[in-house]
Design a protein around this ligand. Structure first.
Ligand SMILES: O=C(O)CCC(=O)C(=O)O
Ligand SMILES: [Fe+2]
Length: 302
């Protein structure tokens, strides 16, 4: 779905655009089914190993993982997109309905950034210690790249796979605050990469409840956060980033790929197995090299 001129102007002015019902079930269900199949297979293994007593096979997508994790949360760290690396998830990165929207902002030569996630945000306290609980303090996505990407237009695309609500930790943003460049952040122990207090814009946050099919397009200088999940459902979401081909992603140690090209269609990566291998190799190398993800200094918890 191509955005209208009015929607493009709204993004320019507000620094974000929510397109309601932009994607159909046919776009998203293959990803959901891929995750359901993985969770089902792993639940059966956990049951065979005596780690869970119930499969919760009839539970809806936004509840089953939480019900399983209440007994054993071993599945949880396997689920982000670069860990599970499913075929349907890869195919979705190149979804035409999504890219038609992205192209209006990024142009016809589009690279898919490796800064991408599928996040099952569990009810508070259920995620294993040390795993990402998908609770993000106030930050700009401009703050999660290396400096080389600072001049680059990188579009964040955030979309829920199940209802995202204030009580399960939907996104909050501070509209109309783009144009600042990169604000100073710190890496705060126990919290993550967060804008320093002095640079936090003094403006009212906007809470963004969203449903499956809705898509948020976000300028990389808009501060945003999400709080913990106080419900008993799982807030399933994807966040992806797209940018003009040939520009640095700010994550050189993870694999980017050309996802659409009008000038050179042969350059588009359509082979799932190549994407799968690139991630596997990058993770093996990063485990040894331990590259810095973010540029900021670490500070203690407060
Ligand atoms: O999904 C979340 O809770 C945080 C996501 C985020 O910071 C992003 O998509 O850039
Ligand atoms: Fe973010």
């Amino acid at each position: 779905m191509k955005p209208t001129q009015q929607q493009l102007e709204e993004f320019e002015a507000q620094g974000f655009l929510v397109v309601r019902g932009a994607l159909a079930d046919a776009d998203l269900d293959p990803v959901i089914e891929e995750y359901e199949a993985h969770i089902d297979r792993r639940a059966r293994q956990l049951q065979a190993e005596g780690k869970i007593s119930e499969l919760h096979a009839g539970a809806p997508f936004d509840q089953r993982l939480a019900l399983i994790c209440r007994q054993c949360n071993e599945i949880y760290p396997e689920l982000d997109i670069m860990r599970l690396r499913g075929r349907a998830s890869f195919a979705f990165l190149g979804n035409d309905n999504l890219l038609d929207m992205v192209e209006a902002f990024v142009g016809p030569e589009i690279t898919c950034s490796p800064i991408q996630h599928i996040r099952p945000k569990l009810p508070g306290g259920l995620a294993p210690r040390g795993a990402d609980p998908h609770v993000a303090p106030w930050h700009q996505d401009a703050g999660v790249t290396w400096e080389d990407a600072d001049p680059v237009f990188i579009l964040t695309v955030w979309l829920p796979l199940s209802p995202a609500r204030p009580e399960n930790g939907c996104l909050q943003i501070i509209p109309r605050t783009h144009g600042t460049g990169v604000l100073a952040h710190v890496i705060r122990a126990g919290q993550g990469t967060v804008i320093v207090d002095e640079q936090m814009p003094d403006a009212e946050p906007l809470t963004l409840p969203m449903d499956k099919g809705d898509v948020l397009l976000l300028h990389k200088e808009i501060p945003h956060r999400s709080t913990s999940n106080r419900s008993d459902t799982v807030r399933w979401s994807m966040d992806l980033r797209y940018q003009p081909t040939g520009t640095p992603t700010g994550r050189p140690f993870h694999p980017e790929f050309v996802v659409r090209s009008r000038a050179n269609p042969d350059s588009v990566l359509t082979e799932w197995s190549v994407w799968d291998r690139l991630w596997a190799e990058a993770q093996a190398k990063a485990a040894v090299d331990k590259p810095r993800g973010h540029r900021w200094k670490s500070v203690p918890a407060r």
